[in-house]
Write a protein that binds this ligand. Structure first.
Ligand code: ZN
Length: 479
């Protein structure tokens, strides 16, 4: 206290001297003469300069002293940490120095040095969110997983650093192969930051590996909503998840033989068709036409289906109808008696304008199991063979009131879909579509579609009466 007062007095003296000296220096030009209280000094320019520097040092000392003085005054007023804080400022400076040294060491890959600096910084600084992070990362680089884990765990306490701590622990568990704990950590991290892309990907992978499809699809949806996934990629991934039963078929890394085995193993699975079509399209994208054809052939062998035929047509989009008939023999020779094969063959032959062959291909299907598709094929055959309009119209009229044949139907709400998808567009049910004949509504329809057959066929048609009879009997058989 006394010392500070002394310093203040000293400072006042120095300032006074400096002021006077400057004035004199200006006055005399070459020498400074100072007289004070009976004393008189004469200073040359060099001496004046030294006095000036001394004055500056004293000013600096004075500022320091005033800071300490105020700390002391606050201490006397009851602020017990005032003096220690004054000295802490020096500690902080040293702490930040150690911190920056540690960061530089970390950036240059010197894990051990970074760890030493980080621990020193932690000793000086009371900023665990900074120092713990540096300690954890330095320990990782140095290969000291134990120390890193301790640092990450310490970060969980602070809300600002909790996410970083969880993420660090998650990476550690992944590296150790502890998938169970990793999944729990990933779920926590995802709950904190659902838009964090890396967390989304990690969580999705862990959920898929543990066959948590519901969770995985929720994560996938979050990914789509945050804009991390383009819509078509989302749709494909979602479909792959929905197709878990036939997973081996869709697996991008599987060999063609493994996929064929998966198709054979899933021949009764409702997932088989979409899975095989998806696998074939992924081969087509890679221009592997042969493998695409192999997958589809195997799938047709398991379950003949129009979606397989459509994908098979995509293999050679430019071919002529005649070439197509020839190439499709790969499929049409497998189950020649199957209605699906019969109709496919007839449609291909109609496109190639070989109507008598198409008539042979469809056989008695329009009579045995008349569906809209089979009857439309018959109408096309009649037109192609040059039958009169009445005959063609009679087939079409009959088609109007006939059952639709197998469709992708939702098992929950019965909605019919043109193409397979993992989610029912009507009720939002997941994985509810199956390939079957839709549930037909019995009785005459409100729009009177049954009467349409009479209008279209016309009164002169010899078939109209027969049509009306047979279509009512078909309705009852479909019920
Ligand atoms: Zn539905």
């Amino acid at each position: 206290m006394l010392w500070s007062l002394l310093k203040i007095v000293l400072f006042v003296v120095v300032v006074a001297v400096a002021t006077v000296a400057t004035g004199l220096l200006i006055d005399t030009g070459d020498a400074v003469r100072i007289s004070y209280g009976g004393w008189e000094f004469t200073l040359g320019p060099l001496q004046a300069f030294i006095v000036g520097v001394l004055a500056l040092v004293l000013v600096w000392l004075f500022i320091k002293a005033v800071g300490l003085l105020f700390a002391v005054l606050r201490f006397l007023n009851g602020d017990e940490t005032a003096i220690s804080r004054y000295f802490d400022r020096n500690r902080a400076a040293r702490g930040y120095q150690a911190l920056s040294d540690g960061m530089l060491a970390l950036a240059s890959g010197e894990g051990r040095l970074a760890l030493i600096k980080a621990q020193r910084a932690a000793g000086y600084l009371d900023q665990p969110e900074l120092t713990n992070l540096l300690i954890a990362q330095a320990a990782e680089v140095a290969g000291d997983t134990k120390k890193a884990e301790v640092a990450y765990k310490a970060m969980l306490a602070e809300p600002r650093t909790r996410f970083v701590g969880i993420r660090g622990l998650l990476q550690q568990k992944l590296a150790q192969g502890d998938r169970e704990t990793a999944l729990k950590l990933a779920e926590k991290a995802f709950a904190m930051k659902p838009r964090h892309t890396e967390t989304q990907n990690t969580l999705l992978k862990l959920q898929s590996e543990s066959a948590d499809w519901k969770g995985a699809r929720a994560t996938l949806d979050a990914q789509r909503k945050s804009g991390a996934l383009p819509k078509d990629v989302f749709k494909r991934r979602d479909a792959v998840m929905a197709l878990q039963e036939a997973k081996g078929v869709v697996d991008e890394d599987a060999s063609i033989e493994a996929r064929e085995a998966a198709i054979a193993a899933n021949r009764l699975s409702p997932d088989l068709i979409p899975a095989a079509v998806m696998a074939a399209r992924s081969y087509l994208q890679k221009r592997e036409k042969k493998n695409a054809a192999r997958v589809l052939k195997k799938a047709w062998d398991a379950q003949p289906h129009p979606d397989i035929a459509a994908a098979f047509a995509e293999i050679e989009p430019e071919e002529t109808p005649a070439q197509r008939v020839k190439r499709f023999r790969l499929l049409t020779t497998i189950h020649p008696e199957n209605p699906e094969t019969q109709q496919l063959q007839a449609e291909l032959l109609i496109a190639a304008e070989d109507f008598p062959a198409a008539r042979r291909a469809i056989g008695d299907l329009p009579v045995k199991h008349p569906t809209q598709r089979a009857l439309a094929i018959m109408a096309a055959v009649e037109r192609g063979e040059g039958s009169d309009d009445a005959t063609v119209r009679a087939w079409l009229a009959k088609a109007l009131t006939s059952p639709r044949g197998p469709q992708w139907c939702c098992d929950k709400c019965q909605a019919i879909h043109a193409t397979w998808g993992p989610i029912c567009e009507n009720c939002g049910g997941f994985d509810t579509l199956s390939w079957r004949e839709p549930v037909e509504v019995s009785g005459p329809s409100a729009t009177g579609a049954e009467l349409m057959s009479l209008y279209i066929a016309g009164p002169k048609s010899p078939l109209s009466e027969v049509d009306a009879e047979s279509s009512s009997s078909e309705d009852s058989s479909a019920r």
